[in-house]
Design a protein around this ligand. Structure first.
Ligand code: OAA
Ligand code: MG
Length: 227
């Protein structure tokens, strides 16, 4: 991992791989089928393009046609070196660090896609759908499975979870994803959201953090192309 500047992981990344249904309380609030021994072995995986990234100072913009935009706070894993078919017991060697991320979701469009059995690419991958925070070095977060992740909207706490409640661990996810998709330095894995997701409107300010290690604040803006 030497020689690379992971402070700028957004510029290094070639992709964002996102995990869904990783917290039982969020599975429940969304009405997803309960996890079973069988589904536990298979996390839900989807992707966002790197054009979804925004960093502080930029605004979250409603995608065209969306009337119900949700925040989802998530721990992001920043990959440190190329990972292909990595065994779980070696997976942590591939972690450069972490970040706080928002998996912004056009919930109305995602619900429509779910009903029709279609992919979530646009509801999850539109421009500005992946606000991220500063880089957290791996040695600053020694136990990624025991940290608070939280999200406030206009100062009001909406999500207050802990990564202790993740169904699939960080090494499991790296191992599982890298069986199918080679991960490269700077790539980000979003590890799923705890309960408390809710709608935001233009003018709202979303704050989120991973413990007190990384904190972000983003304003939501309407889409000026909106019909
Ligand atoms: O949209 C969803 O509910 C799936 C997801 O991203 C998550 O669980 O974090
Ligand atoms: Mg999510």
């Amino acid at each position: 991992m030497a020689g690379r500047n992971f402070e700028k992981f957004v510029d290094l990344a070639s992709k964002i791989v996102a995990v869904g249904k990783n917290y039982a309380d969020h599975i429940k609030e969304m009405g997803y089928a309960a996890a079973t021994a069988a589904t536990k072995a298979e996390p839900v995986i989807f992707m966002k393009p790197t054009s979804a990234f925004i960093t502080q100072g930029q605004k979250i913009v409603f995608p065209p046609g969306c009337k119900n935009l949700h925040h989802e706070v998530e721990l992001g894993i920043v990959i440190g070196k190329q990972a292909r078919r990595v065994p779980e017991n070696e997976a942590m060697q591939y972690v450069a660090g972490y970040t706080v991320a928002l998996d912004m979701t056009a919930r109305d469009q995602q619900e429509k896609a779910k009903k029709e059995g279609l992919p979530w690419t646009l509801p999850k991958g539109f421009d500005t759908s992946c606000p991220v925070g500063p880089f957290i070095r791996a040695d600053q977060l020694v136990d990624p499975h025991n940290v608070q992740i939280w999200c406030k909207v206009n100062g009001k706490l909406r999500q207050d979870g802990t990564t202790k409640d993740m169904i699939f661990s960080v090494p499991y996810l790296i191992s599982y994803i890298s069986r199918y998709i080679t991960l490269f330095p700077g790539d980000v894995i979003l590890t799923g959201t705890p309960a408390g997701v809710s709608a935001v409107v233009a003018g709202d300010v979303i704050e989120a953090g991973v413990g007190d290690l990384s904190q972000i604040s983003f304003e939501v803006a309407r889409n000026d192309e909106q019909q």
